[in-house]
Write a protein that binds this ligand. Structure first.
Ligand code: HEM
Length: 198
């Protein structure tokens, strides 16, 4: 009988790891930028909001790539030591992360499209590449546009709050695996971390 289970030490590949860490860094940066521009008033808000839009659309593009890559190259299985409710909780968290990785940028894009301000401040990625407006929203009659904007602002804010919760859960679970359980879970996603079971 082998000493370790067959998939012991299996890691995500370089593409999956790069996308994971890049998307994570951009989401945290965008949250910090949102906190910052929420402290400002008037025209000083515009440059950080424009940067927030660019980073958000970048997250959308990278998240679509990440999802496509997940189908092309499925993730390594969780270690056999992760069972029952922990396995179910991990899967629910992954699904919710995809909901926010796609839902936050899409709701932001839709929200700014449903606003007269988009004509003055169009989305231009990093001040260079023009990004389209969602025309069906931009063409709405005034009253409908106002209600759509209000609903999308609420959605964007609620998804932001869901993100805070998920980050706390995800980082907390990672630290538990790394420090208390000392199993292979975290090493699967960290390039230079050796798996304890190998
Ligand atoms: C990674 C993606 C994104 C994250 C993590 C994110 C996060 C946030 C957060 C936390 C807020 C503050 C909400 C609040 O005050 O309760 C916010 C506000 C905002 N976001 Fe995003 N967002 C993202 C993508 C986008 C995109 C793609 C756009 C537009 C193209 C956008 C446009 C805005 C705008 C205009 C506001 C200010 C809303 C207002 O107070 O009037 N966001 N975002």
């Amino acid at each position: 009988m082998p000493r370790n289970p067959p998939n012991a030490g299996a890691k995500y590949n370089a593409v999956a790891m790069s996308l994971h860490w890049l998307i994570a860094a951009l989401i945290v940066t965008n949250i910090l930028i949102a906190w910052y521009f929420n402290t400002l008033n008037g025209p000083t808000k515009v440059p950080p909001i424009q940067l927030h839009k660019s980073i958000g659309i970048t997250v959308l593009i990278l998240s679509v790539a990440r999802l496509a890559w997940r189908f092309i190259s499925p993730p390594p299985p969780l270690p056999a030591s992760v069972t029952g409710w922990q396995r179910a909780a991990a899967h629910v968290t992954y699904v919710l992360f995809y909901v926010i990785m796609l839902g936050l940028p899409l709701s932001g894009w839709a929200m700014v499209s449903a606003s007269q301000l988009i004509k003055v401040y169009p989305i231009t990625l990093y001040g260079v590449i023009p990004w389209p407006t969602l025309e069906p929203l931009a063409q709405l009659p005034h009253d409908q546009m106002k209600s759509a904007h209000k609903a999308l602002l609420l959605t964007h804010g609620l998804l932001g709050k869901l993100t805070y919760g998920l980050i706390v859960l995800h980082v907390g679970a990672a630290l538990r695996h790394l420090i208390l359980l000392r199993d292979d879970v975290v090493a699967r996603m960290v390039p230079f971390l050796r798996s304890p079971s190998t």
